[in-house]
Design a protein around this ligand. Sequence first.
Ligand SMILES: Cc1cc2nc3c(=O)[nH]c(=O)nc-3n(C[C@H](O)[C@H](O)[C@H](O)COP(=O)(O)OP(=O)(O)OC[C@H]3O[C@@H](n4cnc5c(N)ncnc54)[C@H](O)[C@@H]3O)c2cc1C
Length: 401
Amino acid sequence: MQAATAIFARRLGHASVRLVDGAARPGAKILVSGGSRCNVTNAIVTARDYWGGRRTIVKRVLARLPVAQTIRFFDEIGVPLKEEPTAKLFPRSDRSRDVLDALLATARALEVTLSPSTRVHEVRREGRGFHLETSRGPLASRAVVLATGGLSLPKTGSDGGGLQMARALGHTVVPTTPALAPLLLDRVNASISGVAQDVELALRVDERQTERIRGPMLWTHFGVSGPAALDMSRHWLRARLEGRRGVVTVSLRPGDVFESVDREWSAATAQRPRVTLQKAMVETLPASVASALLGQLGVQGDTRLADLTRDSRRALSHALTALPLPIVDSRGYGYAEATAGGVALDEIDPASMESRRCAGLFLVGEMLDVDGRLGGFNFQWAWASGRTAAEGLARTLASHP
Ligand SMILES: Cc1cc2nc3c(=O)[nH]c(=O)nc-3n(C[C@H](O)[C@H](O)[C@H](O)COP(=O)(O)OP(=O)(O)OC[C@H]3O[C@@H](n4cnc5c(N)ncnc54)[C@H](O)[C@@H]3O)c2cc1C
């Protein structure tokens, strides 16, 4: 959804801008985003919040639209934002609809021509400009901004067709995987489905720890979801794509390690030998999770701490701090909030988002090899790359009118 790019371009004096979108109602992703509240951006955005292509490139693009300017932009178009304690920013109204309506209304007010239900099949370089084949006939244009998104939630219109067009125009597409997607587990325990808890996930790839992510996780009927699982998904999927073995473990005691938890159990056994395991465990865990864990370890919940064998105690401490999650896959693009991989970033000039492969072509947003973590970072990337492209367009067209 690049109404924002069109707005930036018109504001910078670009003579005529047409927004062509295959969807009958463009911006569907904005509507469903952030639980229909649209997490527009984040108070603190750095290149370290993103993965994919080189971070120096991401940093240069982000610098062209600092968060303060994003906030001002939305304020100007009538969508004041509020910051939540998590540092996420949402519209004060808590309605994603207001974000979309304001973007479309502003684009219209700036005389951007909106062409919904117009699927682009082909973009071809022709003469000094471009020829577009669309579902509503041919179009000619001096410059083109490709903003077709990645593959996440394809029913909203971003189904990877844009990546094919970028390829046909000479670009390399880094293989894609879902990102910010729920994870499917080999075994699920129905009794804990629906339970959310704070966890720390750790990924080991080829026996080396590569990522640690702390945050809420939701046990579901298919596996795991919630912020920590969503943020972990791209890392597990990238490891698999590269043919490497990724093992994710969950700590149900975030911040603790095996030794400290095991010491705690020893101390509890000495102080309260007659307390049952189940009772001791629910002091730090949801009761259903405690029962499920004990069941998996084959330990009875009514075992008194004094009767817990050393081996069982150590197995419990291990399970509490590094329980392997039997991940078999993600839930796929249909449930993913973003796409990892995409058009190779080093084929783009970060000062303008102009293609280094095809002059006059600009690429922005999720179709590039950049994916942000949960928290408003993907939209911030879309706004910042859109703003950069608008500046690039203005410069290119001024120098080659
Ligand atoms: C459920 C969900 C919730 C999310 N919540 C958040 C959030 O709260 N905060 C956040 O930062 N990010 C969120 N995201 C991610 C964010 O929505 C995307 O990163 C962002 O929308 C990407 O913008 P884009 O313009 O690059 O692509 P998109 O928003 O995907 O837009 C691409 C547009 O291109 C059109 N298109 C594609 N191919 C063609 C073609 N061949 N011809 C014509 N038109 C075409 C599509 O119809 C679509 O309108 C969420 C994503 C999902 C799926």
